[in-house]
Design a protein around this ligand. Sequence first.
Ligand code: GRF
Length: 207
Amino acid sequence: MRFIAHFSLFCAGRLLQTKMNIAILASGSGSNAENIARHFSNNKEVRIALIITNKKDAYVLERARTLNIASLIFPKEEWITGERIMEALIDHHIDFVVLAGFLLRIPDVLLHKYPNKIINIHPSLLPKFGGKGMYGDRVHQAVVAAQEKETGITIHYVNEYYDEGEVIEQITCPVLSTDTPEQVAEKVHALEYAHFPRVIEKILFNH
Ligand code: GRF
């Protein structure tokens, strides 16, 4: 019996060591965070180990509870140096960081610790409709106002400038002349749910 207990502990330990631990950063609803967590929930090599937010009332915290994923709140001032966030990532053995609707700039200390290991999703075809202050519905309103014929999503590496890191993948969808910003948002969200987990997997496993 003791041997079996030791053996299972050993196996669990091995599993803990070999799984890649991902942290998701989100400031609001967190529907992408949940979609990614569900995608990887039975994955043998990847674990969504931590959800971090900067807002204490963000709905993503509720989702984290339901999904049984550890969550932490770091208010805005913590993101200036990022030291405590860095400690949390190290404590949770985080290997890779995914921004899904996260609105603050990533501190340099994290960018240096995780080179090419922090990615973001933006709900437009960057460089169009990106940059500081361009998030959520504002993006879709701007797309409709500019009478764009298409929009989409951009998944990119994060660097020190908002929405300017190297593009990993862009996926497009049409914008009809009759589309409202809400309809555009719906199409873009559908693209996010369909492609973000796949692209994360592609980056993690180099395929
Ligand atoms: C998404 O549209 C994402 O592209 C953008 O912020 C939104 C977050 O939505 N960066 P949710 O919180 O995942 O529902």
